[in-house]
Design a protein around this ligand. Structure first.
Ligand code: DC
Length: 218
């Protein structure tokens, strides 16, 4: 038996930060499902496979091995790729790759296997709707597009990346539209998910609110 907490929501809502902190405080294994899509995109780059080459993608997926350890390190076919999957070439490819049915079907199996027999907190876009529709706790973490853009600009500044607020905001709006209107497993709030709006909350406040929700359900 395992206990599953599903955290879904749009890009930039703070899922990664919050999931990590809540997982540490409650002793839940943190599973970042976005990283599994990033591994597929990286594997395509490594094998020079184009997004149109469905047959080659299928063959690659038949051989793929994605693992996560308890420290949050990610392994693709035995090689550690934790930082590599955050680089720009992967950022650019991952969104179109994540809409391919063959990829989503394969990763559904991978994600369920990674969680098997463990108490997990899993973040993504479709965890409470598709991957674990019977999750013990479902949370939809949101924030306004403007606030998410503001956070992204700050993050970029910290990394020394130049960008304009307007550009980032438009990018977020475009991505929201793409993620929520795609045919398979679109980003949407599960009927039984608890809505948490982080727009005016600090990280610590969101963590506290989510911990209380989980404790009530446990
Ligand atoms: O959260 P992230 O930026 O690492 O996600 C990478 C991409 O994967 C993003 O374009 C959305 C997609 N994704 C998805 O479609 N379903 C998930 N459960 C997680 C991520």
């Amino acid at each position: 038996m395992s206990f599953v907490v599903a955290i879904d929501g749009p890009a930039g809502a703070g899922k990664g930060t919050i999931t990590k902190l809540v997982g540490e405080k409650l002793g839940l294994v943190n599973i970042d499902t976005g990283a599994t899509f990033r591994c597929v995109a990286l594997n395509m780059i490594q094998e020079h496979i184009d997004i149109q080459e469905e047959k080659n993608i299928e063959e690659m997926l038949n051989k793929i091995h994605i693992e996560m350890d308890s420290d949050g390190k990610i392994y693709l076919n035995g090689e550690e790729v934790t930082n590599r999957i955050r680089e720009n070439d992967v950022n650019d490819l991952v969104s179109p790759v994540s809409v391919l049915p063959v990829v989503r079907n394969k990763l559904l199996e991978v994600q369920r296997n990674i969680a098997k027999g463990k108490n997990v907190i899993m973040e993504g876009r479709d965890i409470g709707t598709v991957v674990f529709p019977d999750a013990d706790v479902k949370i939809y973490l949101d924030a306004t597009a403007e606030e998410r853009a503001r956070r992204r600009v700050l993050q970029n500044q910290e990394k020394g990346i130049e960008c304009s607020y307007e550009e980032v905001l438009q990018g977020i709006k475009d991505r929201d539209k793409r993620d929520s209107t795609r045919e398979i497993a679109p980003l949407k709030r599960a009927k039984d998910a608890i809505y948490v709006d982080s727009t005016n909350l600090s990280v610590e406040q969101v963590v506290q609110e989510i911990i209380e929700i989980i404790k009530k359900k446990a």
